[in-house]
Design a protein around this ligand. Sequence first.
Ligand code: FAD
Ligand code: NAI
Length: 460
Amino acid sequence: KLCFIGLFLSGKVSKTLEEFDVEERPSSVLEEKCPNLTVIHSAVKSLDTQSHTVETADGHVFGYEKLCICSGGRPKLLTQENPYVLGIRDTDSAQEFQKRLSKAKTIVVIGNGGIALELVFEVEGCEVIWAVKDKAIGNTFFDPGAAQFLIPSLEADKPERAASCKRPRYTTEEPATGGSHTFTADRHARGRGSGPTETGSALGPDWHEGIVLRGAEQVSRRVSVEYQCEVERILTSEELLSSLQQTLRPENGGSWPVYIQLTNGKTFGCDFVVSATGVVPNTEPFLHGNKFVLADDGGLQVDDHMMTSETDVYAAGDVCTACWEHSPLWQQMRLWTQARQMGWYAGRCMAAHVLSEPIELDFCFELFSHITKFFSYKVVLLGKFNGQGLEPDHELLVRCTKGQEYVKVVLSGGRMVGAVLIGETDLEETFENLILNQMDLTPYGEELLNPNIDIEDYFD
Ligand SMILES: Cc1cc2nc3c(=O)[nH]c(=O)nc-3n(C[C@H](O)[C@H](O)[C@H](O)COP(=O)(O)OP(=O)(O)OC[C@H]3O[C@@H](n4cnc5c(N)ncnc54)[C@H](O)[C@@H]3O)c2cc1C
Ligand SMILES: NC(=O)C1=CN([C@@H]2O[C@H](COP(=O)(O)OP(=O)(O)OC[C@H]3O[C@@H](n4cnc5c(N)ncnc54)[C@H](O)[C@@H]3O)[C@@H](O)[C@H]2O)C=CC1
């Protein structure tokens, strides 16, 4: 990969929330900035923790004193085998998606997290069938109340955005002459080899801004949500036609390259399926011959110094699973914000250990905080925003103005432990403080969300 993705901070929103822009730059920019850095453009093929060496795909062996594995994750696809099932992770897969979409009339999106939420809102000119396991949309980020608030946006036109695209590869890079144009979603068919090392960096925030996600139809957005169902089977047109399958009656007419049968009994024909079903950590090249302890989700277990179970090997970002005793207000989610915080903290830990200096768990792991955008709304998530792991007696306070804002506060024992803020609420800083200082809010009751009280002033 000849590019790294640079983060250019556009400012701190609060103590723990940071917003940033993303711009693709050549890796030489980083080397110029950090003279002690050498970037080697090659995938790591193997790691020998005994001899403290890594071997790259082009056969070079490098020794290390301390090593940090930041190999990210890759899409956990419904199936690796089907050329009509694709995932979105890096610039190449986004480009592939864009190309295939431009000829598509109907696509099916499976999954109910970040990528699905972004796609169903952004895709135009194509019928989108969105199948979710849950009762409401966006289960990894939202409760059903917030989902209800967001649903009308799917029916409205997308607001115009003056987006400046700092990732020109999507729009300017033409496919190589003679390169494979057959719409094969899986990377094996694109002649780039297989295995986990071939994916690039995850796209991160605002990846779809400035790129056209338009299908072949003259329609604006058209999304049908199929709730509480999973994929029963994915069939080719031949399989559908075969005598065994004749009982299946697709909901939509016409002939399609692929059909998807859902557990709710419905079958849809489509041009392709997007599997937006989470990520798996890229650990494979590092495991053989070593004794890494893996977490249940397949990540490299790390302690509160970002150290794996192998001596002198650290890990950060999507590839690792935080296995220290978490602050009651923090949880790991595979997000860019956390990857960045972990990378920064791992670097400090490695330096401290080389210098035999003490180091304490960074403050950023005290409180979960995430700022993003869904359906054109600013979204801020704080602490146990969905009551994760809380006793059933926790309380929720909600304020909602249709089309404008959705504010939810999670209280446990009268203390604020989490919040969801959708829209321009201006409450993030105050709520962050109230969560961090664990003030008893019982006396305020529901007044806490009274729109006529300037809460920021009140708690100042
Ligand atoms: C479409 C999309 C949108 C997203 N939007 C957001 C968002 O709005 N906000 C947010 O906070 N998060 C978002 N995320 C999640 C976020 O991008 C990831 O959590 C984050 O990038 C993880 O960072 P990382 O450095 O751990 O992994 P990655 O960014 O995946 O980087 C891993 C790097 O390691 C390289 N690599 C892998 N294996 C090897 C090997 N064997 N040898 C050498 N190199 C290797 C890869 O090529 C890659 O460059 C999004 C993710 C996707 C896919
Ligand atoms: N704005 C943001 O913060 C964004 C963050 N991301 C991050 O990028 C990563 C990848 O995104 P996603 O793939 O959306 O992962 P995700 O973890 O956000 O969501 C995965 C979804 O797939 C569902 N799922 C899992 N297996 C399934 C199955 N077999 N059938 C049906 N549904 C299934 C889960 O219930 C969940 O709803 C995540 O770490 C996500 O947090 C992605 C896009 C935007």
